[in-house]
Design a protein around this ligand. Structure first.
Ligand SMILES: [Ca+2]
Length: 187
């Protein structure tokens, strides 16, 4: 299911890169759609499977800019117009896309939301090293996984500190409530 490059190997590279990138990440952090703001935002963000080249270049799975909406119903309506967000893949413009992981700012899947999706397939190793880059550092309070994937939500950037494993749809995140700073898929 996962490609030939093992998750463990890619995780090791990410860890090594974390040391190298620690100094530079501060400059890379920009204000994205800020879920802690007064107004709700509901964004959909493409992620791509990791490759050795991508890891070597210091990139994670975040690809391009998100599409954001004022309400989750608008986001759902927009995605429905485009073919919907399918657990197993649905038409999105000219692409087949696949929901991987979604986080909400409130418990019980309420508040602002941020969906990570792939246009390739459900498979591959996905990692987001710094949720601050998309404006979601220490914000998530509930989460859901799709595509039959499981995700580790980590306390610190670059998969550091404690983690909460999301196996289905978690209405709360326990110790990781408002602490999640990075995430990756588990094979
Ligand atoms: Ca954190």
């Amino acid at each position: 299911m996962i490609n030939a490059i093992s998750t463990r190997t890619l995780r090791t590279w990410v860890t090594v890169l974390a040391v190298l990138m620690t100094v530079g990440i501060g400059a890379a952090i920009v204000s994205g759609a800020n879920a802690s703001g007064r107004e709700e935002t509901h964004c959909i963000q493409q992620v791509v499977p990791m490759t050795p080249a991508r890891a070597a270049a210091g990139l994670d799975s975040v690809a391009g800019n998100p599409d954001c909406f004022a309400s989750e119903s608008e986001a759902l309506a927009a995605t429905a117009q485009l073919g919907g967000v399918g657990a197993g893949g649905a038409r999105f413009s000219n692409f087949v896309w696949y929901s991987i992981f979604k986080i909400w700012s409130g418990t019980d899947w309420t508040g602002s939301s941020y969906l990570f999706y792939s246009t390739v397939s459900c498979d591959g190793y996905f990692v987001v090293n710094a949720l601050s880059v998309v404006g979601w550092n220490d914000i998530a309070s509930s989460a859901a996984v799709y595509c039959g994937r499981d995700v580790d939500l980590w306390e610190h950037t670059y998969l550091g500190g404690s983690y909460h494993r999301v196996l289905n749809a978690d209405r709360t995140l326990g110790y990781l409530d408002n602490k999640g700073s990075s995430w990756d898929t588990i094979d």
